[in-house]
Design a protein around this ligand. Sequence first.
Ligand code: 13P
Length: 251
Amino acid sequence: MKKLIVGNWKMNGSLAANQSLLDALKLAHPKSTDACGVAVCVPAVYLAQAQALLTGSALKWGAQDVSAHEQGAFTGENSGAMLREFGCRYVLVGHSERRQYHGETDAVVATKAQRALACGITPIVCVGESLAQREAGDTMSVVKGQLAAVVHAVGHCITEVVVAYEPVWAIGTGRTASPEQAQEVHRMLRNQLLAACGKASSTPKILYGGSMNASNAAALLSQQDIDGGLIGGASLKAQDFMTIVSAAQYQ
Ligand code: 13P
């Protein structure tokens, strides 16, 4: 399966910093390859800049969140239709930071995935367990439950999503899941998606996220069910991010 490497800038960047980062990425990844897709998910206020700089390039862009509502009195939110106008190919939904700091439930995440799909944007559905949940032996049931909510809501459109497994304890901590730990969860997610999709050819990609960097990417990406990466910190440095892209291209 073609790999996908997505940068999640989180709440980082400035017009000047984004310009030099995106210019460097365009230079390093001048044309689309069959081996790997590359995208960046930027703060919503920078979507116009991403669209201006990346249109016509091999890089796709996306947002980090989408409203569960279509339009109306929802101060501070951005609708799927708005994201579409700015050329978003992807949107993250259910990132653990949204679940943790903004109280997003599985039901809200599922609705957001539906809204994105309805607007022609691929939702990157993030799932992952906390350290306490892992230590209690609940990893599989937690992650499975988070994905099940989305499977249930989107039905046969599940083939159109991307899934990202991001163990919360590995995000921004420098503590990565081992390739074996990640593969074990990815295998379970693959089986869950296979059951939902009906046929193997249409199962969504499953990305790994959580302290993936230039040094550990190759080992993670070589795992059978790891179809790419969702990169936080290392996506802010052009060279590190491109090293991860190269690691994905040579799997
Ligand atoms: P880090 O790569 O900084 O750990 O962040 C991972 C993440 O949350 C990507 O969405």
